[in-house]
Write a protein that binds this ligand. Structure first.
Ligand SMILES: [Zn+2]
Length: 509
């Protein structure tokens, strides 16, 4: 082989190598394009994240019984509309509905009926619905309690309007991105349970004396210290369309409620929050409208007033508006810095927890029955007759509770959106319970929505011997002393289960 031949042969070899290189590169490129387009298609097709929101108007009529007191009060004035605020999220595989209703308490049975109807109308599985009440104290009575009967016509309206609200949210579904954040509003959360100075006489209507008073008189010289902490967080989830149209803001703040004049129908500061969000985001008259939602966090022992001092006299709606404005402004501030994600996976886990009931003993029922027999109901409790009327009220509650079963089940739920977990508890939950759940959660962000299906305060065990309204055994507080520990234990288990399910899922985001 001469040099030239060798040279030619070597040139041919280089050419073949080049062709092979180009061919393989082409194949590699094609394969990589195919993979990329598959991912792209997946991202834009099956894995498209969607959100839609809507409200169902649930304003009642005048004359209806209002919840929120220990006796019947009728609606005399409608100050602002009540709504069921509905958010539907869809990650391409899982569809969730979150509904927050302007009401004080929705019973577990009523939630079941509402979810069933919503499922029939929308196809969303009942287990994929998180429904809770705001705890406004100026809305119709929905349960037979506190010497009141619910209005059957209103119950029908409520069910249909919530199912409608979820369907409208589905009608509004649009490609969307999602983000979440946390702000701080410490100005309006104060523990409302106060330990009183030794020597202060505090009657317990079920007998004996308490160490703690709910809502003692502001500025009282007998105040010692608050009986528990508060949670100043205002957490929120925001969804907006791919063009940047705000779809919904689901916020969560741990304040029980503010309160409006007796006889008024009002969504309290929960409704005013939604108005302020519209104003701050400059989306009034947007089509479809932004749905601002303020859910109740863990606020069973939290009021808005610092009871160390008295406040200057002001109209109740002044405070409703002021607190809503401050909470909304903080959400808006954090919202400006939010990093949205184009897609996150959604998941939900449900459980039923069996809990004991603090049943009265036969002797207690007998004593209570004697008081009931000598009392004319309904009672009106006022500062003038407080001690005596409370004793008679709780005697009736004792006889009602004696009909309860020894145990009952309560639903618990955790919804996951990416690295955010939202817990739903069917009780009036104390701030310290929510703080513990946030601290022990394995997720990046966590918050708790309370009042999600049923009633009964859920005081941590240490609060039972201290006393106070939240612990007095009655239809508002009847679960076993250890109930709160059991609820926290179960929720932490559920969080861990969701966490490991997420790591097993290759697509998990
Ligand atoms: Zn309450």
């Amino acid at each position: 082989m001469n040099a030239a031949g060798a040279g030619k042969s070597s040139a041919n070899g280089r050419l073949r190598t080049l062709w092979r290189f180009l061919y393989l590169s082409g194949v590699a490129l094609a394969v990589s394009c195919w993979i990329q387009s598959d991912q792209l298609l997946a991202a834009q097709g099956a894995r498209q994240f969607k959100a839609g929101a809507a409200t169902g108007n649930i304003t009642p009529w005048l004359g209806i019984s209002l919840a929120g007191a220990l006796h019947d009060r009728r609606a005399e004035h409608i100050h602002d509309e009540l709504n069921a605020r509905c958010l539907v999220l869809d990650d391409g595989a899982t569809r969730l509905a979150i509904v927050v209703v302007d009401n004080t308490i929705v019973s577990q049975q009523l939630w079941r009926e509402i979810k069933q109807l919503t499922h029939q109308r929308t196809g969303i599985p009942v287990e994929h619905m998180l429904m809770s009440a705001t705890h406004t104290h100026s809305a119709p009575a929905l349960v037979k309690a506190n010497q009141m009967e619910p209005d059957q016509d209103y119950l029908r309206l409520l069910k249909v309007k919530i199912a409608d609200g979820v369907q409208l949210a589905i009608n509004h579904l649009a490609p969307a991105r999602i983000g979440w954040g946390v702000g701080q509003v410490p100005e309006f959360v104060f523990n409302r349970r106060w330990k009183m100075k030794p020597g202060t006489i505090v009657h317990n209507p079920l007998g004996g004396f308490d160490q703690v008073v709910m809502h003692p008189p502001a500025g009282s010289p007998d105040l010692l210290e608050p009986a528990g902490p508060v949670d100043p967080d205002v957490s929120f989830v925001a969804v907006e369309s791919l063009e940047g149209r705000p779809i919904a803001l689901l916020a969560n703040y741990s304040l029980h409620y503010v309160g409006v004049p007796a006889g008024h129908v009002s969504a309290d500061y929960f409704g005013a929050f939604a108005d302020h969000m519209e104003r701050l985001l400059e989306v009034q008259r947007q089509d479809p409208p932004l749905v601002g939602i303020l859910s109740n966090g863990t606020s069973g022992d939290v009021g808005w007033r610092n009871l160390r001092r008295t406040l200057p006299k002001a109209d109740r709606y002044h405070w409703v508006d002021r607190i809503a404005a401050v909470v909304a402004a903080e959400v808006f501030r954090v919202h400006q810095t939010l990093e949205y994600q184009d897609w996150v996976s959604l998941d939900v886990i449900n459980a039923e927890l069996e809990l004991g009931v603090r049943l009265p003993s036969p002797g207690e029922v007998e004593r209570a029955q004697r008081i009931v027999d000598q009392t004319e109901y309904p009672l009106k409790i006022s500062p003038g007759n407080r001690n005596q009327a409370l004793k008679q009220y709780f005697a009736l509650e004792t006889t009602l509770l004696s009909q309860y079963p020894e145990t009952l089940t309560r639903p618990l739920q955790v919804v996951r959106m990416g690295d955010l977990a939202i817990l739903a508890i069917p009780n009036e939950v104390f701030a310290e319970t929510g703080l513990e759940l946030k601290q022990k959660s394995p997720f990046g962000s966590t918050f708790t929505i309370s009042l999600a299906g049923g009633r009964s305060y859920l005081p941590p065990p240490r609060h039972h011997p201290l006393g106070g309204f939240e612990t007095w055994r009655g239809e508002h507080s009847y679960l076993e002393v250890q109930a709160e520990r059991k609820v926290v234990g179960k929720l932490l288990e559920m969080l861990e289960a969701l966490k490991s399910r997420r790591s097993e899922n290759a697509l998990g985001n």
